[in-house]
Design a protein around this ligand. Sequence first.
Ligand code: SAM
Length: 286
Amino acid sequence: MIGARRESLTEMLHCSSLSTVRLNQINRYWNKKAKNLGFDPAATMKDSNLRELEIQTILSCLRKKDVLVDIGGGNGWATLRYAQKCRYVYLFDRSLEMVKAARKRIRESGLLNIEANPCDLHDLPKQIPKEVTVINCTRLLINLGSHKNIQKGLRNLIQSGPRHGRLILTEGIDSHFTTLNQWRIACGLEPIPLNWHNTLLDKSKLERTLKKSFVRSKKIHYGVYYLLSRILHPLLVHPEPPQFGARINDFAALISRFTPAEVEKDLEKISLLTTYICSDRKIRKP
Ligand SMILES: C[S@@+](CC[C@H](N)C(=O)[O-])C[C@H]1O[C@@H](n2cnc3c(N)ncnc32)[C@H](O)[C@@H]1O
């Protein structure tokens, strides 16, 4: 019995050191991106049209009086846009090189209502400024290396937020990625490979947690954009590889911006990235 307990303790220690190794590898990846690309938007997202759709969704949820924490804000490309709308913005990121790139850009911009500091999501509950009204987290959880870390990270985000504040979460959904790839295969395209540093979120687990934690929660999808840019576009240019900067993607983004919500709802299942806008945290019974 004691032997079995010791074995499971060894196994636990082994798993946690594996998880640390993976998290450090992922952090090195982001440091390298920031060192090589600085403030270039491609440092954190190659598809500039999809990025702009994300930014527009997030901007539409922000108010003039908001004090925003952008956790995993990277080099600040999107965060600086939010600072033009909010009262004050704190960018936090685990990667020191990302923070360095963001600080340089903040100085150059002349904006006085934004600062960038190193902070791991793990430490967010301790570091969160008191006056915060909204937390934004864009494509950070998919970089946590395991489902266990994602659940922990999500708990930290929820705990850090103010009672009547909002949480805006944009993450990659596992089952949506599968459906998108099934559709591609049916059309004769190769499936899109998953980036080595990404772990996509389990939709039902995520939605269960959000439902338990918030009074209100709304979803925004980008299914029309995925259909046009990840299926139609590659079919049109086949056998050449599709380019993120192609004109058809600009049109895809334009069409996506004006797609009625009911149509987007029908294409929910191929929207790899999905934005959740949650508000009013429920108080847990002691
Ligand atoms: C895909 S990039 C997204 C950057 C930015 N949110 C954007 O919209 O472009 C993910 C960012 O999350 C950061 N990150 C990863 N794990 C983190 C953690 N545990 N705590 C804080 N930041 C983290 C990375 O350093 C990277 O800058």
